[in-house]
Ligand binder design. Structure first.
Ligand SMILES: [Zn+2]
Length: 387
């Protein structure tokens, strides 16, 4: 009987969010229509200030953390009725799309989906935060516990300006809920993420005239080609390791034996210990042609988010919330990293992928499914209460 009554409360809550589905979609559209690429500080700052006002209207205390090369990151603190540790809602308002993208990729709704740059990754996640904070304030006459919102503007480029703040806020929090997009069409939450590294391999060869002195040159391009073939052997997909030389450059003219060539390499690892081994192997690369010189720069930026006990405990709470409306919430392990990797790495219970459901992140068809928004809001509300 009691369980049934509780189930009814959750159904009522779901109806509350269903009634606000269109308003939520308009908020998302509003956010998408303010372009905020990671590399355009004035634009990102406009977005940050716009969001600060939105959260302040709900009674939050907003604070901007100055960043020199990126938009200022935005922290908003909400008081709670109970003296519990705060929960940290983590996200980013930068996107991968350059200024002007809206002209070729306007925000629009079609077939129950909302399309636009950054709509899924992750402006819908920020709109969910706002909607859910407002709902909890209504249901409880104030938030049931303190909530900290932290929105950064350099997540898509490695979070160098915001990482320390993210980590210090996480350490003060009972749990971190990351509003990055859900995984797959069924909206799975993310309980594991790969670690991400970026390296640059530079080969210094010996230049020579390709026609007059071919024997005197030591081609940096040939050496780089051999290195890339060797690097591709480090791939071990079964163990979750991938190595991809995604960008190469080199040479100056066809009649010159190339003096320099470079490769930019993306590295993904499933376990923290793999990062150390792989890093060592990359740094100890030896040239095939002894007259060429190799330099390796870079490193692992985000360690893997491993499915540790804290992550599992939070996932179980999420499953319990979803069960109230007979929703079987799934979990997923994904290849991309997020700022959740930082907080999980500190041992703070972290659950990622609580944001919108859709597909096409970073692509022209990026969209969220509008009818999924109420369930996502319900899940977030339940997690803020129970995390
Ligand atoms: Zn994202």
């Amino acid at each position: 009987m009691r369980a049934k009554q509780e189930g009814n409360i959750w159904r009522e809550r779901l109806r509350y969010f269903e009634a606000r589905q269109e308003a939520l979609a308009s908020t998302i559209r509003e956010f998408v229509e303010i372009e905020s690429p990671s590399d355009a500080k004035p634009a990102a700052d406009r977005m940050g200030q716009f969001l600060a006002a939105k959260f302040e209207a709900l009674g939050g205390r907003a604070r901007l953390h100055r960043a020199q090369d990126f938009g200022d990151s935005l922290q908003i603190d909400f008081p709670g009725r109970e003296k519990r540790q705060p929960v940290l809602l983590l996200g980013h308002f930068d996107t991968v799309y350059p200024l002007g993208t809206l002209q070729t990729m306007p925000c629009h709704a079609a077939d129950g989906r909302l399309y636009g740059p950054g709509v899924l990754d992750m402006k819908s996640g920020i709109a969910l935060m706002l909607c859910v904070i407002e709902a909890l304030q209504t249901w409880h006459a104030g938030l049931p516990r303190p909530v900290t919102v932290f929105l950064v503007s350099d997540e898509e480029v490695g979070s160098s300006s915001s990482r320390k703040i993210t980590e210090s806020l996480a350490k003060e929090s009972a749990a971190v809920l990351v509003l990055e997009p859900a995984a797959g069409p069924r909206g799975a939450v993310k309980t594991a993420r790969k670690g991400v590294g970026e390296y640059k391999l530079t080969v210094q060869g010996v230049a020579a005239h390709a026609g007059l002195d071919p024997g005197k040159g030591h081609s940096a391009i040939v050496e780089l080609a051999r290195q890339i073939t060797a690097l591709s052997k480090l791939n071990d997909l079964q163990r979750g390791i991938s190595v991809n030389a995604g960008v190469i450059r080199g040479g100056t003219r066809t009649n010159v034996i190339a003096a320099e060539a470079t490769a930019e390499i993306d590295v993904r690892i499933k376990l923290a210990k793999q990062a150390i081994i792989l890093d060592r192997r990359l740094r100890s690369l030896k040239p095939f042609d002894k007259r060429c010189k190799l330099t390796v720069e870079g490193g692992v930026n985000r360690m893997p988010m491993e499915r540790n006990a804290g992550v599992v405990a939070l996932y179980k709470k999420a499953v319990a919330v979803a069960k109230q409306i007979d929703w079987k919430l799934e979990e997923a392990a994904v290849g991309g990293g997020s700022d959740g990797n930082f907080t999980a790495g500190l041992g703070v219970p972290t659950l990622d992928g609580l944001g919108g459901v859709g597909s096409g992140a970073h692509a022209v068809h990026e969209h969220v499914v509008i009818s999924e928004l109420p369930r996502r809001a319900l899940l977030l509300a339940g997690m803020i209460e129970s995390a």
